[in-house]
Design a protein around this ligand. Sequence first.
Ligand SMILES: O=C(O)c1ccccc1NCC(=O)[C@H](O)[C@H](O)COP(=O)(O)O
Length: 214
Amino acid sequence: MSRTRIKICGLTREADVDAAVAAGADAIGFVFYAKSPRHVTPQRAAELARRLPPFVTPVGLFVNASEAQLAEGLAALPNMLVQFHGDESPADCERPGRPFLRAARMEPGFDLLDFVQQYSNAQAILLDAHVDGYGGGGKVFDWSLIPRNVHSPVVLSGGLHAGNVAEGILRVRPWAVDVSSGVEEAKGLKDAALIRQFCDAVREADARIADLQT
Ligand SMILES: O=C(O)c1ccccc1NCC(=O)[C@H](O)[C@H](O)COP(=O)(O)O
């Protein structure tokens, strides 16, 4: 039975990185989008990422970044997984030997199957709500918009928290879940207890799925 992976996004402090790792996060997201209240520089992200133990992936999040900005991020964090969360085309996302996540901003009428086909080289498609400011909006989108036959690993995102993530996992069966606002005391400032509660809720959902499969 596959375990739902967990990405905690928008970290800016050492204690929050430590709390996410201790709670069992599989990936830690650093926001390189300057307009975000969770923005960190690549140098700060590299400093924070040095606290990560093996098998916890640093994710670098970009929104319509220039080549120079992307190069700066990759120089600081060569092992990061890149997440494109703006209006990037498939060609903007693809680099030899460089896996990437591509965010899809879900809203009624959005053709996710066509989007997945366009970004067929993405390692996964992160399904987020369509919000002002591209992301980090703390808004849940209508999960019934997700077709059943999505031919890509899916990261469910958008307004998740300990109280709704289990339902999202049971309904969508994503490869992973992603959260920012739902584990914060303020934008960019994570709450260790909320992180723990979120990760516990994910594990409880996985246990319920395992029971259903026996
Ligand atoms: O986190 C941000 O501030 C942000 C800003 C602009 C683009 C993307 C951003 N975050 C990307 C993420 O992967 C978030 O975790 C995702 O949008 C979900 O956020 P939330 O709904 O607050 O859990």
